[in-house]
Design a protein around this ligand. Structure first.
Ligand SMILES: NC(=O)c1ccc[n+]([C@@H]2O[C@H](COP(=O)([O-])OP(=O)(O)OC[C@H]3O[C@@H](n4cnc5c(N)ncnc54)[C@H](OP(=O)(O)O)[C@@H]3O)[C@@H](O)[C@H]2O)c1
Length: 186
């Protein structure tokens, strides 16, 4: 599975239950990336959506046994999520937040698609700084683009770092010992 997230310069991802800055081009990128696949969302993030995301299998995780959402699959544990996606193509399964759900599933992710927004609005919810993590390496990065209102943003792909050789090949040196490949079987 993969994760997809839009982060501000300080890795902030949300404030008071919503995203402080939404870039329309990033929303289109999100739709393009996730369409035809599976999205896994926490109940709070789902409530910030306009509704069930069309053309995707929506899985919502909550502890609330009474929670329902027409058109979505509601589950109550990580195990139930894994059972629901067991026959889906893992390349098309996306963890879409928020912070608590990223934290639950990041150890199982192979790639993280990060839109970096060059701004620092107030945030109360953060993503882990992947640039400071020995577990993740920046694999690809688009050119930096700019919205009509002048906000700069860059699409980045992080891959689970499988060792120093790969990191060097990607142009990043590492100072820590290589971590074992914890990538789950596809
Ligand atoms: N920038 C981005 O790309 C992006 C993407 C997504 C979200 N966000 C932001 O992230 C923030 C929300 O993140 P959040 O961490 O507060 O909330 P969240 O992860 O969206 O949802 C948290 C809820 O998920 C349920 N949950 C989490 N772990 C569970 C488990 N192990 N078992 C059962 N249920 C579980 C619980 O629901 P119940 O309370 O119902 O039990 C919990 O309260 C918002 O500000 C949102 O805008 C940003």
């Amino acid at each position: 599975m993969n994760a997809i997230v839009a982060v501000n310069s300080d890795w902030g991802i949300g404030c008071e239950g919503t995203q402080a800055i939404v870039i329309p081009e990033d929303r289109k990128y999100f739709v393009k990336m996730t369409s035809g696949g599976v999205v896994i969302a926490g109940r709070k993030t789902f409530e910030d959506f306009p509704g069930v995301l069309p053309n995707r299998k929506n899985i919502i995780i909550t502890n609330d046994r009474g929670f329902t959402a027409e058109g979505a699959i509601v589950v109550h544990s990580v195990e139930e999520v894994l059972a629901e996606i067991s026959s889906d193509d893992p390349r098309k399964v996306f963890v879409v937040g928020g912070a608590s759900v990223y934290e639950l599933f990041l150890p199982m992710c192979e790639y993280i698609y990060v839109t970096k927004i060059e701004a620092t609005p107030p945030s109360d919810t953060y993503f882990q700084n992947l640039d400071a993590s020995p577990e993740w390496a920046l694999e690809e990065q688009s050119e930096t683009k700019e919205t009509e209102s002048g906000i700069k943003y860059t699409y980045c792909t992080y891959a689970r770092d499988v060792g120093a050789t790969v990191s060097v090949a990607r142009g990043r040196s590492r100072t820590t010992a290589p971590t074992p490949n914890t990538r789950p079987p596809a």
